[in-house]
Design a protein around this ligand. Structure first.
Ligand code: HEC
Length: 200
């Protein structure tokens, strides 16, 4: 009788042990899958953001050299860019930029974007370096958010009025964007973020 219960005990322990092992296996596989997914979308998001930014700032610099701010203003609108269209088609993604202080009201953040912008700003304020993030959003879509910082060139249109941003240039900007809030930035500031949405 004692031997039988001992054997039973051993069987229970072994079963329990293997059941546990199996559990651990599936959960670690699930987390590897979601880590892989995160990596895939981080890579994709970076590619889209970097390509868009490179083209945008190339066009901006050329246009500024040729005809100053007045001439360059039109190159800042992403929805007027054929490159953005072709990237959106390639990835079936939506590409936008948003900010806590927008120039174009169409770029105002959604509630989810606002939360992320505030999180980025909070990290900045505490001296942390910002990194892109990937997040699942409604309808099984994946969103990529990456910070956009101010560089010296940006100040010519987003800087301090009467200093880095010339008053005559600001008149032109205000005519086109009467609801502009995107001024007063200095180099290094958080200007806004990329918000790129991929279907799953
Ligand atoms: C020639 C002027 C000019 C320069 C230089 C410029 N911008 Fe802008 N920026 C604009 C205009 C105009 C818009 C509004 C575009 C639109 O209609 O969507 C804008 C919009 C933006 C937005 C979208 C959010 C919003 O405010 O509507 C971000 C982010 C942004 N700029 C960042 C930058 C950064 C970073 C740089 C420097 C690399 C830069 N800009 C340089 C004129 C400029």
């Amino acid at each position: 009788m004692r031997i039988q219960s001992l054997i039973l005990g051993v069987i229970i322990i072994i079963t329990f042990f293997f059941a546990n092992c199996a559990n651990e296996d599936t959960s670690s596989k699930a987390s590897t899958d979601s880590e892989n997914l995160e990596q895939i979308y981080l890579t994709r998001g970076r590619e889209v953001a970097q390509t868009t930014f490179a083209t945008l700032s190339n066009n901006l610099q050329k246009a500024m050299q040729e005809g100053g701010v007045t001439n360059a203003v039109k190159y800042c609108n992403l929805s007027a860019s054929p490159l953005v269209d072709s990237l959106e088609n390639k990835y079936q993604a939506s590409i936008r930029r948003t900010s806590l202080k927008t120039r174009n009201p169409n770029n105002q953040p959604s509630q989810i974007e606002l939360n992320q912008l505030q999180a980025f700003q909070k990290k900045m304020d505490s001296g942390e370096k910002l990194k892109p993030v990937v997040q699942k959003i409604k309808g099984d879509q994946v969103a990529f958010y990456a910070p956009i910082h101010v560089m010296p060139l940006c100040q010519k249109c987003h800087g301090t009025i009467g200093e880095t941003l010339l008053e005559e240039d600001y008149k032109v900007i205000q005519q086109l964007y009467p609801k502009d809030k995107a001024v007063g930035y200095v180099s290094g500031d958080l200007r806004g973020m990329w918000s790129i949405t991929f279907p799953k």
